[in-house]
Write a protein that binds this ligand. Structure first.
Ligand code: PLP
Length: 232
């Protein structure tokens, strides 16, 4: 067993539990997505052996190499990177979840390309909370339309929302952005009561995200250490 991974995993779980405790939430109400981009398949195996099941990847080709190498049906793979339309087939064929869906064209392609016989692909709509035009994510006023479209596809399953806010240092500033996301999520749940996932919070702001209702934190650096410059 790799000592470093085991310690990091325990530290992250403790941070999550403490954040839940402070908000009066049950620790089981927040899942950990281990972001393994740029790290080797062996690092995924080691963490999986410690009980971690969900892993996030941002680069399609790198991810498919790992998914194929590990060939482990117990691992749940999440695609969390920006989605290029020429990669949707590969994503639909290899992943269990896609977190960054932000436009109709991608919804259509993923729905058409999900292979027969596989369970529906779990989908989160990515929201752009900072109004940064160069960034991925739909504007908040487009969520409803995309959600209806996803919910209407048999090969897709709408699970909720995801966001990557611009980094902020202060806890209160982090929390204020996540509060806006939570409001969008609660609104969406009025029309789609089956949704259950708010993917928010990373290594640097998971406490603020949990304080505002996150049900899934995506953690890379705090689990695996720093990524090299090529893969940030
Ligand atoms: C890389 C990445 C993360 C992990 O970020 P850390 O700061 O290393 O925890 C989370 N979410 C997304 C979408 C990412 O691309």
């Amino acid at each position: 067993m790799n000592r470093k991974h085991s310690n990091h995993l325990q530290t992250v779980r403790e941070r999550m539990d403490e954040a839940c405790r402070r908000s009066g939430r049950a620790p089981e109400s927040v899942r950990l997505l281990a972001v393994s981009k740029t790290h080797p398949a062996s690092a995924v195996s080691q963490l999986h052996a410690l009980g971690q099941r969900a892993f996030g990847e941002s680069y399609v080709d790198e991810a498919v190499t790992k998914i194929t190498e590990l060939a482990n049906p117990d691992i749940e793979w999440h695609f969390i990177g920006p989605i290029q339309s020429n990669k949707t087939r590969t994503i639909a064929e290899h992943f269990d979840w896609v977190q960054g869906v932000d436009r109709a064209k991608i919804v259509r392609r993923l729905a058409d390309q999900r292979p027969d016989g596989r369970p529906p692909l779990n989908v989160l709509i990515q929201v752009n909370l900072d109004d940064e035009p160069q960034k991925a994510g739909c504007q908040p006023d487009r969520i409803a339309e995309l959600a209806d479209m996803i919910a209407g596809c048999d090969t897709l399953r709408l699970r909720g929302l995801m966001a990557i806010p611009a980094p902020r240092d202060a806890f209160d500033a982090q929390r204020a952005v996540f509060a806006r996301l939570r409001e969008l999520y609660e609104n969406l749940r009025k029309d789609h009561p089956g949704i259950d996932t708010l993917s928010a919070g990373m290594s640097a702001d998971l406490e603020a995200a949990i304080a505002e209702g996150s049900t899934m934190v995506r953690v890379g650096t705090a689990l695996f250490g720093a990524r090299n410059a090529a893969g940030t």
